[in-house]
Design a protein around this ligand. Structure first.
Ligand code: MV4
Length: 530
């Protein structure tokens, strides 16, 4: 068993990983960028190593600095969390080359699933249904044209090196194909350095349901059931739940077996997620892609199965067998998670960086809050704006929604805008409460929201505005602007919104410092100078 693990991440997931280490009496080592010097995960770890300046490319994506930090602190393993280097095969190889254990799948499995076309090939070879479309990359526009005719419009053009909706283009008719093809290719080349595309038939208003799989190094591969992830904004999941409101035992078993077959086909090890599109009416499912990492939304599976997935990842990486068999897994109750972002839902979800001046975190029966922030935390423009996740568990979906509603109302964050108000509306939405979810949910929810607010929708009744009324309205708008400008200059001390100002520390201070918390000694500079 490991005695020390380096956490190669930040924010709420770094806190989550540190907690799992603590539960196993393993000493956690944190890494941090200069912007994160005061972060929660740095304070919770036994040791912390500064790995570079704020920009991710110079810190949390800096393979050399992270492996160096592990070597210097004598960590035996590295957990990548999610995002950053979690699915980077070069990182996994660099960790192994340094004689350390990478807590995750093999580099080969990452690469196999990182290419969406080879992932589709793996699913076909495992006799798992894929979204109808091409398996190999398209070789030309002409091929795209003939394949689209074969499958019928609308079709989806996707980047082979993409995933998660990046570089995806919906093509509704033959007239749009050429420009969509050219744009998708150049976008894929720019984003991934690989312009190859594949084509799929569009599955109309599907549910996005994913299966959690787990495999050890002794040939055991199991599934932990499904998560409903249809509520997405710009391909970013915002609300996830377990089980799916469909809650169809037969469907769970069929999708679980399909996911296990795919995991076996690529000799998968550790925690992985197989994503499917599900046609609600027919309950047919189609393989979409596989994520070779721990997912943001893993807490809803943990709440319903009682399994600590990070603990299981660490044990499997240390060579242990899975601590449960497929037959022993039980799903109890229902869990729903909301991702809390520092974004302004009243301003098109624009990022809202700044200093958190006030926090009231919910608790009580059935509530779990995974957070990476505290009062005075700096929410930076450098990183993903998710500050925490709020999950609720209940014996059934109704009780879970009741608890989530109460917790969202209790949850207060000062100093920045957050998406909390957005979720308070979602949990009161009749379609959500009825469990009528599909990938079009956010679009139709926003339409219902606009209608309820009575503007921007054709249903608003026409009202006669006379010249006098117009003058009154103009005056009110002008007065509101004056008020707003006045309040901006009256920011209470410590709550200055440092919007867009990126503070840089002088280069001279950029030393890599190991803080050994156990002896509260500050060991000297590390890294290139040491
Ligand atoms: C699709 C699809 C329908 N048909 N592919 C792929 C990445 C994932 N984040 C979304 N993806 C989808 N791929 C085919 N052939 C529907 C989705 C989809 C989606 C699409 C647009 C807007 C929101 C969506 C939410 C979930 C899934």
């Amino acid at each position: 068993m490991f005695s020390k693990i380096l956490i190669a991440n930040r924010g709420e997931i770094a806190v989550r990983l540190i907690r799992a280490c603590r539960d196993l009496a393993i000493s956690p080592v944190a890494v941090y960028s200069e912007a994160d010097a005061g972060a929660v995960h740095v304070r919770l770890a036994d040791e912390a190593v500064c790995i570079g300046p704020a920009p991710s490319s110079q810190s949390y994506l800096n393979i050399t600095a992270i492996v160096e930090a592990a070597r210097r602190t004598k960590a035996e393993a590295i957990h990548p969390g999610y995002g950053f280097l979690a699915e980077n095969a070069d990182f996994a190889r660099a960790v192994a080359a340094a004689g350390l254990k990478f807590i995750g799948p093999t580099a080969a499995a990452m690469e196999r699933m990182g290419s969406k076309t080879s992932a589709r090939r793996a699913a076909v070879d495992a006799c798992v249904p894929i979204v109808p479309g091409t398996v190999e990359p398209l070789n030309s526009f002409l091929e795209a044209h003939s394949v689209a005719e074969q499958f019928g419009y609308p079709v989806m053009l996707k980047a082979s090196a993409g995933g998660g909706g990046k570089g995806m283009r919906l093509v509704a008719s033959p007239q749009e194909l050429q420009s969509a093809f050219d744009n998708a290719r150049s976008e894929a080349a720019g984003a991934f350095g690989d312009d190859s595309l594949y084509l799929e038939k569009v599955v109309e208003r599907p549910r996005h349901i994913e299966i959690q799989v787990f495999a050890d190094t002794h040939g055991n591969v199991v599934h932990l059931g499904e998560r409903e992830c249809s509520i997405q904004r710009r391909h970013q999941k915002v609300v996830e739940e377990c089980p799916s409101p469909i809650n169809d035992t037969n469907l769970r078993q069929r999708m679980g077996e399909a996911a296990v077959k795919i995991a076996r086909a690529v000799a998968y090890v550790g925690a992985g997620t197989v994503e499917f599109l599900v046609a609600d009416a027919t309950r047919e499912f189609y393989f979409l892609e596989m994520n070779t990492r721990l997912q943001v939304e893993h807490p809803v599976t943990e709440l319903v199965t009682g399994i600590d997935m990070v603990r299981e990842q660490i044990m499997v990486a240390a060579g242990a067998r899975l601590s449960f068999s497929q037959e022993e897994i039980r799903w109890q109750g229902h869990a729903i998670e909301c991702r809390v972002y520092a974004e302004d839902p009243e301003n098109n979800f624009f990022p809202s960086p700044g200093t958190i001046s006030f926090l009231q975190v919910p608790s009580g029966p059935g509530i779990r809050e995974d957070s990476g922030v505290r009062v005075n935390s700096e929410v930076s423009v450098h990183y993903d704006p998710m500050i925490s996740k709020l999950a609720a568990w209940g014996r059934n979906r109704t009780e879970t929604i009741d608890r989530l509603r109460r917790a969202l109302d209790e949850y207060q964050v000062g100093g920045i805008k957050t998406t909390l108000a957005f979720f308070r509306e979602i949990v009161r939405d009749e379609e959500f409460i009825a469990g009528r979810l599909d990938t079009g949910f956010i679009t139709s929810f926003n339409e219902r929201r606009e209608t309820a607010r009575g503007f921007g929708s054709p249903q608003t009744e026409e009202i006669e505005i006379g010249r006098r009324d117009l003058a009154l309205i103009a005056g009110a708008i002008h007065y509101a602007k004056l008020q707003r400008e006045a309040s901006l200059h009256r920011q209470p001390a410590g709550e200055v919104q440092n919007r867009w100002k990126i503070s840089r520390r002088p280069a001279s201070v950029r030393q890599r410092t190991i803080i050994d918390k156990r002896s509260s000694r500050l060991r000297g500079p590390v890294g290139d100078k040491a």
